[in-house]
Design a binder for this molecule. Structure first.
Ligand SMILES: NC(=O)c1ccc[n+]([C@@H]2O[C@H](COP(=O)([O-])OP(=O)(O)OC[C@H]3O[C@@H](n4cnc5c(N)ncnc54)[C@H](OP(=O)(O)O)[C@@H]3O)[C@@H](O)[C@H]2O)c1
Length: 322
């Protein structure tokens, strides 16, 4: 089968299409014929930092691609929830391929009225939005919620999910994305090229930050007395993740001295939340925003595009097109 692999070049690791053996599912895994995958910032961080690949996969070389949607072709002997022919979505290691194996617990059934591309766009970005707002922020109807980075993969899910909880939502994006963010249901949109959301005098009950481009005191100023700041952009929209991590550690330390809450957050994959996300998409409360489609052989280009940090929603790899 055709798959994208990490490959060494003079300028560092690159992504390359190669012919490899079709994988065999472990006892708790499902073999999926991949219809679509989607790109996350994690994909370019893993490409650039081999040590992260070791930490995250427990193996020296993992294949790239996390978000996947497709059809079950075979199941391991301990799998009880899925059977060949089922249409599923979720997360695997190696989604940029014609076939991939995923743990049963990292998959859910794809709702019939949700396309493979929509389903593939949702696992990492959708779960980050859902868990950040529902679990970390414990979002309530009527609360003022600000999403910094509202036009991106996570942000486009976050705006819609915050609205589905009945919040009054403000999205922050650049001029060209103001109409997109408004169309997702945002009550207010701040164009960051014209105004800084921390200097408008407005205060928010929840700031969900996917960009990490303001200081602790700026965030504090923009929060209500009991407000919560959640930094999910741990890997940073900036060139390196280390300044972002250092900034977020500083915020966590300083937050011990103020009334407001400052926290960071990593999404966790689980079937229950994937199913909840599927229901949000099935009901039309959340419609994934898809920016571009690439074929499997164009994966490296797709990852480079996302690395430019101005994708509008999600970028899809159509894995049936080599
Ligand atoms: N904690 C977790 O579990 C978790 C999970 C997934 C992702 N993340 C992190 O969350 C962040 C966002 O992920 P993503 O998938 O949404 O990334 P993405 O799709 O690449 O985000 C791109 C978006 O960022 C916006 N943006 C760039 N500069 C901005 C600025 N100064 N102010 C406001 N928006 C700005 C862009 O909007 P414009 O074009 O309008 O500028 C673009 O739409 C990344 O750092 C990622 O690593 C964390």
């Amino acid at each position: 089968m055709k798959a994208i692999l990490y490959s060494k070049s003079d300028s560092g690791d690159v992504l390359q299409l190669e012919e490899i053996e079709k994988p065999v599912p472990a006892d708790n895994e499902v073999l999926i014929k991949v219809h679509a995958a989607s790109v996350n910032p994690l994909d370019y961080h893993l490409l650039k930092h081999a040590f992260l690949r070791r930490v995250m996969s427990g193996r020296k070389i993992a294949r790239p691609g996390r978000d996947v949607a497709g059809q079950v072709e075979a199941v391991g002997k301990d799998v009880t929830q899925f059977k060949p022919g089922d249409e599923v979505f979720g997360a695997s290691h190696g989604a940029f391929a014609e076939y991939t194996c995923a743990r049963e617990s990292a998959l859910a059934m794809k709702p019939p009225n949700v396309s493979f591309e929509q389903a593939a766009s949702s696992p990492v970005a959708g779960l980050t939005a859902l868990q950040g707002l529902r679990d970390k922020a414990q979002i309530q109807p009527g609360q003022k919620v600000l999403i910094n980075g509202a036009a991106g993969g996570v942000g486009t899910f976050a705006v819609q999910i915050a609205k589905s909880f009945g919040a009054e939502v403000t999205g922050v994006c650049s001029t060209g994305n103001v109409e997109l963010v408004r169309s997702l249901g945002a009550d207010h949109v701040i164009d960051y090229t014209r105004a800084d959301f921390t200097s408008t005098g407005q205060q928010y009950d929840v700031i969900y930050d996917l960009v990490a481009n303001h200081s602790f005191s700026e965030h504090k100023r923009a929060l209500t007395r009991n407000g919560i700041y959640i930094g999910a952009g741990i890997l940073g929209l900036h060139g390196s993740m280390f300044p972002v991590l250092a900034g977020q550690m500083t915020e966590l330390v300083l937050s011990a001295f103020v009334k407001q809450k400052f926290t960071s957050f990593m999404a966790k994959l689980n079937r229950e939340d994937l199913t909840a996300l599927g229901e949000l998409m099935e009901s039309g409360k959340v419609t994934p925003v898809i920016d571009r489609h690439y074929s499997l052989s164009e994966t490296a280009e797709a990852v480079r595009y996302v690395e430019e940090r101005h994708a509008r929603g999600k970028v899809i790899i159509d894995c049936r097109l080599a």
